[in-house]
Design a protein around this ligand. Sequence first.
Ligand SMILES: Nc1ncnc2c1ncn2[C@@H]1O[C@H](COP(=O)(O)OP(=O)(O)OP(=O)(O)O)[C@@H](O)[C@H]1O
Ligand SMILES: [Mg+2]
Length: 260
Amino acid sequence: MTPAIEFIDVVKSFPDKDGGRQVVLDHVDFTIPQSKTTVIAGRSGQGKSVTLKLVLGLMRADSGTILVDGEDVTRIRGRKLEKLRTKFGVLFQGAALFDSLSVFENVALPLRERTVKREVEIREQVMTTLKQLELDGHEDKFPAQLSGGMRKRVGLARALQLGPEILLFDEPTTGLDPVMTNDIYHLFSRTQAQLGYSSVIVSHDIPKVFNLADQVIILNKGKMDVFKNPEEIQWAEKPHIKEFVRTTMGEIYQSHLVEK
Ligand SMILES: Nc1ncnc2c1ncn2[C@@H]1O[C@H](COP(=O)(O)OP(=O)(O)OP(=O)(O)O)[C@@H](O)[C@H]1O
Ligand SMILES: [Mg+2]
C-alpha cells in the first residue's frame, strides 16, 4: 500500500544570524502509513511544526522528496497544490476558530467555500458531525462562549468536513486539563476508527498520546528516530532517546494501554 506521506532525504534549513544556516531537518527519511496514527514528538524548536508545513506545501524543502499519496509536494504549485491540500484536514494549535462565526458556521465554512452543496445538505452534514462530537445544542454559540475542550472539538469537526484522507494535528491539547486531554485523545481514536483516515499528531503529552500511536517519530537535532511501536522507545539505546524517556516518562516507563 502506498504510504500516506513519505519523506525521502529531506533537508530544511533557515538562515541564521551569523550568515550561516540553521539546519532543522537534516536528510530525513520516514513514512506515514495509511489509516494509522503517527505521533511526532520532540523538544521545542526541533522542527515538528515545520515538518507539517512541508507536508502541506506551506513551506518548501531545500532538497529531497515529499510524497503525498505518491505525488511529490516539492514539485507542484498553484492549482495542483491546492487540489492536493484538499486531501488534508488540519487542526493547528489553538484551533483557530473564527470568533465572529457561530459554531455551526465555523464548521460549515469548508463546505461553503469548497463545495456546491445546498443549504439543507450542509445543515444535515454539519449537525451530524456536531452530534458525533457531542456538540449538538451548542451550534448557535460563538467561540468565546465555549470551553477549551469544546473549541478543540469544533476545530476537529471543521477539519473533518471535507472527508480528509489525512489529518494533521499540531498540539491539539495545549491548554487543556488532563481529563479533557484524555477525552480529546479518546475522541481521536473513535473518529479515526469510524472514518479510517491517516493521522499525524504533534504532541507533548508523553506518554499519554502513545496510547493511540501506531508509530512514534522522535525529532532531535535534525534527525528522526522512527519507532514502529511506542513500547520500543523505552528499550532504545541512543543516549538522546534515553534522555527523552527519562525526562518525559520517568525512570521506569510503564505503558497504560487504553482500549481504542
Ligand atoms: N519561517 C521561519 N523562518 C526562520 N526560522 C524558522 C521559521 N519557522 C521555523 N523556524 C525555526 O525552525 C525551528 C523549528 O521550528 P518549529 O516551529 O518546527 O519547532 P517545533 O518543533 O514545532 O517547536 P514547538 O514544540 O515549540 O512548537 C526553530 O528553531 C524555528 O525558529
Ligand atoms: Mg510547533
